[in-house]
Design a protein around this ligand. Structure first.
Ligand code: AMP
Ligand code: MG
Length: 267
């Protein structure tokens, strides 16, 4: 299944031909929640080893349209992870000091240190998607950022930070339902912004911008996965599976410990 979700380097995500409602062969919610719980335990265990090893790091980048479930996925990924070695970092529209620097400045500063698992809730991809659609910078500027992003992510990989990127693929109709739900449910209304409707009106522009950004930046060092996001239980399971598999491949090890400690008895 992961192979199907992967955007092979050199190819594009072809979002229009992917089904956002795909259940990935799962029977239903019960099966999914059992498997999710087991995977979350495994992610917690692997992250504990990553933290103890203190050599490498994992950065999970989440992107997706409004209401695609980025907050939910961040929670699902970090559910069983030790708070000491993990963080979720949201990226909002840049502040003035941030705008006074290059677009990767604030992003680089938030990357994980050795041993950490960090989830980016939005990221530098806003700088080639939102910035492009809203016309905040000229094309010559955002277009050359694809190369800067590839180089930046390769730098992170070379220096020990594995990067994995998840695009939460939501259908336009499911977004309508989710946004309506936010309006109707007092417990969710705080999440709704008027701007969400303007963004929704430009759905096709955002989709085209994502299509190209993902095609330009899915690499061996930092691959993109497209996660079907219309059903929260499929979305969370698939996302946590990608993270678990990435950690399995890293295979972090507990450090050996000092040989002098061998056989030492605490009185
Ligand atoms: P939310 O994630 O719903 O809290 O919204 C954050 C908003 O900040 C979204 O509308 C993003 O498109 C916007 N945003 C985040 N990063 C950037 C950026 N680098 N440039 C422009 N807009 C951004
Ligand atoms: Mg929002």
């Amino acid at each position: 299944v992961l192979k199907r979700l992967l955007v092979a380097p050199g190819s594009g995500p072809q979002l229009a031909s992917r089904d956002a409602r795909d259940a990935l062969g799962l029977e239903g919610k019960t099966e999914a929640s059992e498997r999710l719980a087991a995977l979350q335990t495994e992610v917690g265990e692997l992250q504990g080893r990553l933290w103890a090893e203190h050599e490498r790091a994992l950065l999970v980048v989440l992107q997706g349209m409004d209401a695609s479930g980025k907050d939910g996925v961040a929670n699902a990924v970090l559910r069983e992870v030790n708070a000491a070695g993990s963080r979720s970092v949201p990226f909002k529209a840049p502040t003035e000091p941030e705008l006074d620097h290059d677009f990767l400045w604030r992003v680089h500063a938030a990357t994980p240190g050795r041993g950490e698992l960090v989830v980016f809730n939005r990221s530098h991809y806003e700088d080639v998607v939102a910035v492009r659609v809203l016309g905040l910078r000229p094309e010559a500027v955002w277009r050359r950022r694809f190369g800067h992003i590839r180089d930046f992510e390769r730098l992170l990989a070379d220096e020990g930070t594995q990067v994995v990127k998840l695009f939460l693929h939501l259908s336009r109709d499911e977004q309508r339902k989710e946004l309506q739900e936010r309006l109707d449910d007092p417990a969710k209304r705080w999440k709704f912004r008027r701007g969400d409707l303007e963004t929704r009106a430009r759905w096709d522009d955002y989709a085209a911008a994502y299509e190209e950004a993902i095609a330009e930046t899915s690499t061996e060092a930092a691959p993109w996965y497209v996660i079907p996001a219309d059903r929260a239980w499929v979305r969370n399971l698939a996302a946590v599976e990608v993270v678990a598999e990435t950690l399995r491949r890293l295979d972090p090890r507990y450090p050996p410990g000092e040989p002098e400690l061998e056989g030492l008895v605490v009185e």
